[in-house]
Write a protein that binds this ligand. Structure first.
Ligand code: M6R
Length: 604
């Protein structure tokens, strides 16, 4: 959601903050603002891209400041509603990510005390309360203000009368401290800081920090100082750059041969023929030998659905996959089943809420995430990391394929714990896994062919994706990718379901992408393609390179290299990603930042 940065140090704060905001704008990009203390507190805000804001800010030499990119929750997109929000006396500024649930009541109380509000945001009440409680010490005012606030927040506050300090606080929204030499940072996200430091401290729930350029102090809710450990981030600046690609999304699709290797590295031994997680989750996984419950949102949810097919096939145990925001309405909590939360960011509110609920009900919990130190890694009993490097494009790509790899490794590990997998089977999987980077590279080399097919659907109003078995969740993911970045209406269906309703929507102008693999469903999918063709639409098949039959049935065929049916899901995904990318690119869509979306959804 919103991106947050605070800086105090020896550099010109304005330049650092603009630089960091540019790295954060994937979190929200409807408006942005900056506050600098240059003798007096000065605030500048603009609607739209960070570059609009950058042009409007005059030269300033202040060395302390805060900046924000907004993803609107309360109040329309406007200059007044952008952050920082300031106190009525214009001395205190606050930036905020989250939702203040009781802001209407607080606002009314403040209005009764003659406070006048200038925005429609929930955040402005924080600035007003800070002025109410300020008695010469800004951290005390923050402590006092937070006692009245219900909801979620990550905030950074600064005060003209104490120009050496920044105060940060968090509850249910992420916030980290970046530790430098003679400079310190507070940020919502690691990529903001990578250019300046790789030393970070993660704030925990309810904690508040006070930073100056030379000091960092963290306190818990009772104002007791807590000792925090510094973590070193292994991502580097290059990982968060486009490296010559026109979009982050394309770069991240092309990163996949490497990120797949990263997901396998240190976990799969071809020589010993074993799967081991350095994260020490073996004992935790032994809780998953009877049943598994997966919770996640969006693309991570679809990874969970793919994982269901993989785990059920390899381990022969039942897997339930639930959309995280629906999990709370799920009435059966089986304490003996392992609950796996899948979340690229580790900060998705709905997924974290489900994770907390599972843990509170006594279930053992495992998080699969890309961000070490994220809230998910702190809540769950254990975690495994996708190790994909930062994913900046709003559309999840490389993290999706790595989530699937980790689910597969999890399945293989559980099967070895249960002793249900023959050693030959395990060895074969290991060999096929090792082939995956090469297979994905083959797809990437075929990107121009995929672009040619993309031209066939770029002007369509609606596109259907179909598949059976493991290819059904891939159809859902293919449709999500397309709709999210190209704004074409797209739906994924289990191939057998079309005749139960969706056929009514099918016209000759609705292209259908059919995923066809050499498995027991093959002939049924061909029959489904026949039913579709009889109604006029063009069919684009995604099929095995050795399938000689498919050309008789489909109008166009995109090929993937032969591998086991379970593992084909990875190269097939790369085709679906490139198809969506090229369609969106041909339609000139803002691929990395689709309208109304944000990379990390930290509100429920
Ligand atoms: O960070 P998470 O994996 O928890 O995010 C979940 C979804 O918000 C995310 O996958 C979203 O659906 C993507 N933008 C899809 O490309």
């Amino acid at each position: 959601m919103c991106g947050i940065i605070g800086y105090t140090g020896f550099r010109e704060a304005k330049n650092v903050i603009i630089e960091c905001l540019k790295k954060l704008d994937y979190r929200g990009y409807d408006s942005a603002g900056i506050g600098i203390i240059d003798d007096k507190l000065q605030v500048f805000k603009e609607v739209g891209e960070i570059t609009h804001l950058e042009k409007e800010i005059p030269a300033m030499s202040g060395d302390i400041g805060i900046g924000h990119t907004r993803w609107a929750t309360h109040g329309k997109v406007s200059k007044e509603n952008a952050h920082p929000q300031i106190s009525p006396n214009k001395k205190i500024a606050v930036i905020h990510n989250g939702i203040i649930e009781n802001f209407k009541k607080l606002k009314e109380e403040l209005e009764n005390k003659e406070h006048t509000f200038t925005s429609q945001t929930d955040t402005e009440v924080i600035a007003h309360l800070l002025e109410e409680y300020y008695e010469g010490n800004i951290e005390e005012a923050v402590f006092a203000t937070l006692k009245h606030i219900q909801g979620s927040y990550a905030i950074v506050v600064m005060c003209e009368d104490e120009p050496e300090k920044l105060i940060g606080a968090r509850k249910e929204s992420p916030l980290i401290i970046g530790v430098g030499d003679n400079e310190n940072f507070i940020a919502s996200d690691i990529p903001a800081l990578l250019k300046y430091t790789n030393r970070v401290i993660y704030l925990d729930e309810g904690e508040l920090c006070v930073i100056t350029k030379n000091s960092v102090h963290v306190f818990d809710e009772t104002k007791k100082e807590v000792t925090k450990k510094e973590d070193i981030i292994t991502w580097n600046v290059k990982d968060a750059e486009k490296s010559g690609f026109p979009h982050f999304m394309l770069k991240e699709i092309f990163d996949q041969p490497d990120t797949i290797n990263q997901a396998l590295r240190g976990r799969v031994s071809e020589i010993k023929q074993t799967i081991d997680f350095p994260e020490n989750v073996e004992k935790l996984l032994s809780n998953g030998t009877d049943s598994i419950h997966i919770v996640a949102c969006g693309t991570s949810y679809y990874a969970g659905l793919v994982g269901k097919y993989i785990i059920e096939q390899i381990c022969k145990i039942p897997v339930i996959v639930e959309i995280a925001s629906e999990y709370r309405f799920f009435s059966t909590r089986n304490k003996s089943s392992l609950v796996i939360a899948i979340t690229q960011s580790g900060e998705t509110s709905d997924t974290l809420a489900a994770l907390r609920e599972a843990k509170n009900s006594g279930c053992k919990t495992l998080a699969i995430t890309n961000v070490i130190g994220s809230t998910a890694t702190r809540i769950a009993n254990g975690y495994i990391l996708t190790q994909s490097g930062p994913e900046i494009g709003v559309a999840a790509t490389k993290t999706f394929t790595s989530q699937i790899i980790l689910l597969l490794l999890t399945a293989l590990k559980i099967a070895s714990i249960k002793n249900t997998l023959g050693s030959n089977d395990l060895y074969n999987y290991i060999l096929q896994l090792k082939e995956l980077p090469r297979h994905v590279r083959q797809i990437l080399d075929n990107s121009d062919e995929i672009k040619r097919i993309a031209k066939q659907i770029k002007d369509s109003e609606s596109v259907f994706f179909i598949g059976r078995g493991i290819n059904y969740p891939l159809s859902l993911e293919g449709a999500l990718k397309l709709k999210e970045i190209s704004y074409i209406h797209a739906e994924g269906f289990a191939a057998g379901e079309l005749k139960h309703g969706p056929f009514a929507l099918l016209t000759k102008d609705t292209p259908v992408v059919a995923i066809v693999t050499n498995d027991p469903t093959y002939n049924k999918v061909l029959a489904n393609i026949g039913e579709i063709k009889a109604r006029g639409p063009q069919v684009i098949a995604i099929a095995d390179e050795h399938d000689t039959e498919i050309e008789k049935h489909a109008d166009f065929v995109l090929r993937f290299p032969s591998n086991s049916t379970l593992l084909s899901c990875i190269p097939i995904t790369a085709i679906l990603q490139l198809l969506a990318y090229h369609v969106a690119s041909l339609r000139n869509c803002p691929i990395d930042k689709p309208r109304n979306l944000a990379k990390s959804v930290t509100v429920e």
